[in-house]
Write a protein that binds this ligand. Sequence first.
Ligand code: HEM
Length: 239
Amino acid sequence: MRTSSMMKRMAAMSLAAAAGLTAGAAAAADAAPEAQRTIQVLSVKGGDAASPKAAVWKKAQTTQVALQTAFPGHASIVGTAVTQQLTAQAVRAGDRLFVKLAWNDVTANTAIKDTDQFVDGAAVQFPVNGEVSTLPFMGDAEHAVNVWHWRADGRTQNLIAKGFGTATPVPSEGLRSASVRTRDGWEVVISRPLQVKAEEGATLQGRSTMPIAFAAWDGENQERDGLKAVTMEWWQLRF
Ligand code: HEM
């Protein structure tokens, strides 16, 4: 590609990114006040919270989390995400963190049978350095984020990103997920050991709070990659 057109494209992308960041900052400004953006983690000695139907979820606090369409990361993938909110719960059982997400989605998109088909998905994101100074929009060049990504086709991936456009799968063998279809949508539990090797992502061991962000994709609405519903600001897990 000739330099001039590459430069034009880069300029367009950074303009979009800048506009997006401003939009992001503006959206974050009118989001839920900090104090309300807390998800209380229920700590239990042992037991298993892997299934969305596990009894322990009846005891864990439920928090409503409002979502907004992520600003376009790529000019070629734009649209309006349909998921307006999800509920989040968290349980610490032994040395594992379990995060349960539930949201409405009338269609179960679980397989990609054609080029214009996409699967439902959900994800949680943590700043690897544990700081809210890391950009919640998939991190930035200096500050990475760790994303746990559930897909309705049964794939669960651990990702590291340093800004959107850089998401890279990094194996984390302790990452697990389980999901059920409900009358209105999905219930998904994503879990992982609190402690992992540094290259695998964010460590949660020994923390009293940890910033967390959320994302949901509706495959029926052609949502994929950057076209999704997200939290534009960090929420806080409180252990
Ligand atoms: C406004 C904020 C955000 C923007 C603009 C954005 C943008 C993007 C873009 C452009 C991509 C595709 C390129 C790439 O792989 O990096 C992407 C992928 C991805 N993003 Fe984001 N993102 C945002 C927030 C989030 C949040 C909060 C999460 C998780 C909670 C997240 C999770 C993911 C995942 C899992 C992928 C890979 C999707 C796949 O492989 O199917 N993003 N994002």
